[in-house]
Ligand binder design. Structure first.
Ligand code: SF4
Length: 321
């Protein structure tokens, strides 16, 4: 039995039932795959599932997505983070409906030209939707491949080890195998169906493949202008936090000790993906605010607000109790 057959047989018996895997007609299948791949960029499967289910309940097709307002799409994405994904998905749906008759292109270059679709997403969509022989290498797959084949060996291309007619299933099987069996720490080698072929398992001492994920930690000062008699905060889109660009936020600066004119409220940590933010929150009651700022109700919650901003709202709301 070759490696593909072994991995696929493991996958057939162990795969998780995920909402985007449930078989559908072609149009629904491509919509589900497109949406789930956008949601899964930078986010774990278990986090994505409830968001995906809610999203397809409210926006059930690519056409419906193309006709939806961006505000609605962002609201459904609220809490999932990386909001540029939602904006790109929305733009992509419009291009697909208007220029591609609502069909995801079968061509790598055309697919990659769509907003939010890079090499990885293009490969995985072509494998999953069109069964093209493409290996989508995410962190899980990279780890599996480098363990099976000694990364120091020049004589084997890991991708050539896997040949099958079930290309879409193989793409998913490798990801699933990496997350459930060939885990980053303590891989379950004893349960592994391909251990005889694995360099990592058969080498003594085992090849150490340590992946260090750098978590940047940075300190920021956030300055909130507040209206004394109304629960209002002044926000501006002119901020330099790249991951929240174009969203309304209070003034944010890298931490400094020269904040004498502001009252200190609290310090807290906020983790966003691979960034750890150490935040000092300051406030000032004022009726006048600088240009580029607008007053915003702290109670307003019927429109999209990133969770980063919601946390600030919650903390300053205590000043009105
Ligand atoms: S034997 Fe262990 S290291 Fe090798 S592929 Fe299987 S789980 Fe991964």
């Amino acid at each position: 039995m070759n490696l593909s057959k072994k991995i696929l047989s493991w996958y057939d018996n162990n795969k998780r039932t995920l909402p985007w895997r449930i078989s559908q007609n072609f149009r629904k299948k491509q919509y589900y795959r497109l949406l789930s791949e956008f949601m899964l960029q930078q986010t774990q499967v278990k986090t994505v599932i409830p968001y995906f289910n809610n999203f397809v309940k409210k926006i059930p097709s690519l056409k419906a997505l193309s006709k939806s307002k961006e505000k609605k799409v962002l609201k459904l994405w609220e809490g999932l983070g990386y909001y540029s994904r939602a904006k790109n998905l929305h733009k992509t749906s419009r291009i697909l409906i208007n220029k591609h008759k609502g069909i995801i292109p079968e061509n790598f270059a055309e697919l990659k030209a769509l907003p939010g679709i890079g090499d990885y997403t293009a490969n995985v969509l072509l494998a999953l939707i069109y069964n093209q022989p493409r290996v989508a290498i995410d962190g899980n797959v990279k780890r599996v491949l480098t363990r099976i084949v000694n990364p120091n060996s020049q004589d084997q291309d890991p991708i050539n080890l896997f040949k099958t007619k079930r290309n879409g299933d193989l793409a998913e099987a490798l990801m699933e195998f990496g997350s459930m069996i060939c885990k980053p720490k303590e891989p379950k080698c004893n349960e592994c169906k391909i251990k005889e072929a694995c360099e990592y398992y058969n080498s003594e001492p085992k090849i150490k493949l340590k992946r260090k994920i750098k978590i940047q930690s940075k300190s920021y000062d956030i300055f909130c202008y507040l209206k004394r008699n109304k629960k209002q905060i002044a926000l501006t889109k002119n901020n330099d936090l790249s991951f929240l660009k174009k969203f309304n936020l209070p003034k944010i600066k890298e931490a400094s000790k020269k904040n004498k004119n502001w009252k200190f409220l609290c310090n807290y940590k906020n983790s966003i993906s691979n960034k750890k933010l150490n935040i000092n929150l300051y406030y000032k009651f004022s009726t006048r605010i600088p240009v580029q700022y607008n007053w915003y109700s702290l109670k307003k919650n019927n429109e999209f607000i990133p969770s980063f901003t919601k946390k600030i709202f919650k903390k300053v709301s205590y000043l009105y109790l």
